[in-house]
Every structure is written in C-alpha cells, then in structure tokens.
Design a protein around this ligand. Sequence first.
Ligand SMILES: Nc1nc2c(c(=O)[nH]1)N[C@H]1C(S)=C(S)[C@@H](COP(=O)(O)OP(=O)(O)OC[C@H]3O[C@@H](n4cnc5c(N)ncnc54)[C@H](O)[C@@H]3O)O[C@H]1N2
Ligand code: MOO
Length: 641
Amino acid sequence: MPVKAQSQFLQVLTRDEAERRFREHLTLAPLGAETVALHAALGRVLAEDVVATVDVPGFDRSNVDGFAVRAGDTWGAMEEEPRRLSPTAETLAPGIVPQAEVTAGTATPIATGGMLPRGADAVVMVEHTDMEGGRLVVRRAATAGENVSYAGTDIARGETVLRAGQPLSSREIGVLAALGLDQVPVHRRPRVAIFSTGNEIVAPGAPLPVGAVYDSNAAILAAAVEELGGEPVRLGVVPDNEARLSAALRQGLACDAVVFSGGTSKGEGDLSYRIVAALQDPGVVAHGVALKPGKPVCLAVTQGKPVVILPGFPTSAVFTFHEFMAPVIRAFAGRPPEQRQLVDATLPMRVNSERGRTEYLLVGLVPGERGLAAYPMGKGSGSVTTFSSADGFITIGQHTEILDAGAPVQVQLLGQGLQAADLILVGSHCVGLDWLAGQLVRQGLRIKSMSVGSTGGLMAAKRGECDLGGIHLMDPATGVYNTHLLTPALELVPGYGRMQGVVYRRGDARFEGRDAAAAMATARSEAGCAMVNRNAGSGTRILIDRLLEGAQPAGYGVQTKSHNAVAVAVAQGRADWGLAIDTVARQYGLGFIPVQEERYDFVLPRDRLARAPVQAFLALLRSDAARAALRELGFRVDPGG
Ligand SMILES: Nc1nc2c(c(=O)[nH]1)N[C@H]1C(S)=C(S)[C@@H](COP(=O)(O)OP(=O)(O)OC[C@H]3O[C@@H](n4cnc5c(N)ncnc54)[C@H](O)[C@@H]3O)O[C@H]1N2
Ligand code: MOO
C-alpha cells in the first residue's frame, strides 16, 4: 500500500495562545441547576447558598442527665455543705415540652437532650446529687448556663450555612439534614461524551490480539470527568472509519462536551481531525500546541460546546486533558479552579529537553540531604503507569534545553499531594524485590519504589535519597558482581542469584538440547540467526559481548532495555535468541540454556540501617518464608545453589 504524505500541522501554537483561543468561544460557568434528593447529593456542588430557616438546636438543650435548676439556688454548694431543692413533678425526657416552671428552690429531672424548662438556667449532673427523703441534695454549685446549649448556638436562623460552589461531602450532607432539608439545589453535572479511536484499540475484558492495545484512555478520562464533577457518557471504541467516527461525534454532541483520543497526528489515518474540521461556529481553534507531551492535541468549539481530540499516547492524553479540558469541566460543574500545589525540589540528574516545546516531566519525590529530590519517572508519552506512580511534574520552559544535575525545580503535585513513605527503594527492578515489598506493605509499611536501574540506585544510595536499592553490576575485570562499586558509607546486603542464559523459542534445533558453548557458536556464525541485544552499560550486555567474542550478528544493533523486552522479541519472532534471566524465560514459555549467574544484591546507606523499616526489610529478607518464596519464583537464595 502506498504511504500517503503526512499531513502537517498548519500552525503550532504556544500553550497559552491555544488556551486563549479555546476559551474565547466558551463560557466558563455552571451549566444550570437541578434539585436532587439529599441521599443523592454526595459529590455534587451546591448551586445556591443555604440559609438556615431553623435554629440548631431549636430550643435550650440540656447536655447532661441531671436536674434543671436556677444556678443561684446552688451557689456555695459543697460536699460538706450541700443545698437542698424540691423536685418538681415532671421529668423531662428529650422531646417533652416542659409544663412546670422551675421556681426558686425547685429542680426538674432532665435527660441529655431534654428541653430546658422556664425558670431554669443550668443543669446539675446527676453524679453531683442524691435524693434524701424526697428532697434533692446538690453537692456542687452550678454556674448559669452550665451544661446547657442555648437555641441557635450551632446554627442560627438566617445564617448562611453553606455557600454556592461548595462540593458536598458527608460532612456538609449532615449539616443539610440537621437543617431539615431533604432536597438540595445542585449544579447540573456536565455530560462529557468520551470515545477512543483506532483499529488496534480493544476494550478491556476482550481478548488482546498481537499488536493490539487495551483502551486505557477512555477509562482514565471517564474517571477523571467524574472526579471533576462531570458525568461521563461512554461511547466505546470507534474504528478508523469516517462514517462511524462522524456518527460518534454527532452522538457525542448531544452532550455538553466531547473528548476522544487517537488519530490526531497520523497522515494517512488522520480521520479524527478531518471529522472535527467539519465543525463550525467556530470549529477547530488549535491543532498542534508546543507542548511535550501533547503536541498533536486538537481543540475545537462548536456552538459553545468544547470538542477535543487528545493524542492517543496515554500520558499525552492525560496531560492535555488536564491542561485544556479539566478546567472547563470544573467550571461547567460549578467548581472553583484547581489550586496548584507546588513544592521545591532538586533534580538529582541532568535532564535534556526539546527546544521549542514546553515540557512537562513527571517526577517521583524522595527526601534527601538537600530537601526533596525530584526523580524523572518518564517512560515516554506512551506510558500508562507513570501518571499513577509519579508525585508531580516539573515544567521545563520552551527555551530550556538542559537542566543540570542539582538544578532547583518546582514540582506541581498531582492528586492527593505528597505521600510520605516509610521505606524508599531506588534501583533496578526485580520481581523478587516486588515480592518482598508486597510483604512489607501487608505489614503496614508505606513503600515508595522507583526503577531507575542499578547505576541510578547506587547513585541514589550515595546521595542518601533511598533506604535501599537493588543492583546487579558486574565488574568487567573480575566478573564479580556489585562489590567493586561500594564506598565506606554503603553496605551491601546479599540478595539472590538470577541465572542468565540464552533464551530461544522451544523446538528451535539451533539451540534445543545444546550447551551454552555450542549455542553461542551457532549464534555467532549462522547467518539467518538474529539476536536481540541489551543496552550498553547493563550487566547483561557485558556478558553478551564476552560471549560474542567480538562478533556482531544480525540484530546486534537492537538494544532493548529489559529482560522482558528480550523475551518478547524472541517469543514474537523478531529475534531468534537473546540473553535474559530464567524467571523471564519461564514467563514467556521460552527455551533456556544457562550461562552465568548474576547477583542481585541490595545496597544500603549505612546511616539509615538502624531505621525500623530497613530492619524490617532485612529481617524479612533473611526469613525462611522469604527464602522459600524467592526460590519458588526461580531465584537462587543459597550461594552457588
Ligand atoms: N511524523 C510524526 N509522527 C508523530 C508526531 C509528529 O508530530 N509527527 N507526533 C507524535 C506525538 S508527539 C504523539 S503524542 C503521537 C500521537 O498520535 P495520535 O494522536 O495520532 O495517536 P495514535 O497514533 O492513534 O496513537 C498513539 C499511540 O497511542 C496508543 N493509543 C491510542 N489510543 C489509545 C487508547 N485509547 N488507549 C491506550 N492507548 C492508546 C496507540 O495504540 C499508539 O500506540 O504521535 C506521534 N507521531
Ligand atoms: O506530544 Mo507527544 O505527546 O510528545 O508524545
């Protein structure tokens, strides 16, 4: 099939200009009000001020079980010198309207919540009284007003108790009920139509063909719309077909806003843009914004309704949604603009940025020697997980190309803000460490874990930014793992061994039943035998280069960054062999020829060793249960075993 020319963005706008053009055609105000039952009001936003029409409490109320008295009658009362009063005939349970007045020298029995009778101005607690011969003996003096809540002290009639724009949580709902309201005026929730486009996109729950991708965008967008006070209208996955897309857009325009993702930057399949470009009044206001991620976002308005095409890449979709669409939904829903929560931090490593685009870099925050350190968490625009694991993001201006290690940055926090952690893990990822961390979480520890590779973990430990890091770095000179990089401030705790070997598809006669030497001889010499390589600097790469003895077979240039990526390339036939650990070979059902054990150990800053969560980790690591579980996962917990 001939490849058609890519359609280019006509004009890439700055973020602010795109926002200005978008908002110029929108009214950022609530869409209207409706009345809902009190029990359905949770999470809604009040549309009107609530003015109390009753007093709360509605009468002068006793706060204790005891006797309503005239305080003056009790003055001077003491254990040795009690005062004696005559009880009146009535007993004031809550809900009883008193009939008898408390006159001088009398007292009326009253329960907590009872209505104070005329004449009384205080309540003596039952504990401070006795009955003797039909008379009440008061052993402690009361001051006027003691143990009484006067009418209207909590809420006074005429008082504005809640204001329009207030989101209703359980607390406000309690207040509304206390005022006797069973119906509440709230802002109408904006209905936001959401769909995903792309022939490769599959709804969660369905089987996933090779090359297909689960629709995560629609789910995250729908949930975000709800969080912002809107009502998502889910229109599902729409294939790349002009008629189907137009129909979905038409259906969506019955709502207050339309958001869909995918197909904003493609040349050939650039259908999303084409159908939105047909809108008028005014139609598309921006296509292409100098943002990273998010460049291909397309903003349109038609008859006051926003229509936004988000880039398909999940991180780009979420960023552009929050940048342009979230404030509009908040305003439509009657919510105040979001307050930005900023914290100061330092970059632990150098970061390169693209000139000409404002870049948002997701970071994880850990406390270090110089305040917070902001670790870039970016796995690229296509990542689905970065958003849920990051604490916030920094904004790199469009004219900045480099931020040096140690640069001060401001981090805008996401979601709940900064969560404290008991144990911080920074280093290389391993499913064995995952298991250990999971056990500690079950013990109630809060764990923050960042996968930055072995070298990153070692550096973090040196800077005192983590409690421990998993590392697996071989000394090329000796073949020994991890010990050569230690400093006096660091302790190395033995972890476990991971067997590395040649992975291949089962049944491949070039590898099946052979030993490592024979397999490598074939791999080095046979022309049609393609490999998948690892990134330079990784421990596995050092081993690969040793085994290849200078040969560079087909696929040598394909440098993946993880054991899993190697296994997938072999399993899917893009390569015939690679080097990975045996646990991964098992997961992907691949054949495995053992070559060498690598050590995955833990590096710990000594000055943090005494911390209780660190000790908990070390105790767990040494426990029989953990050793058994790690063995079960395929790791070697006994030296040489
Ligand atoms: N030659 C150029 N190529 C690209 C450019 C460019 O300027 N010139 N821009 C890049 C940028 S930046 C981005 S961001 C992406 C956005 O592309 P599209 O909006 O057209 O998105 P798709 O191609 O449809 O998908 C991209 C990617 O995301 C996956 N995807 C799509 N929808 C979903 C979903 N609902 N849930 C999960 N994942 C989804 C899709 O499978 C693709 O992997 O374009 C660059 N290219
Ligand atoms: O805008 Mo794209 O989102 O840079 O990846």
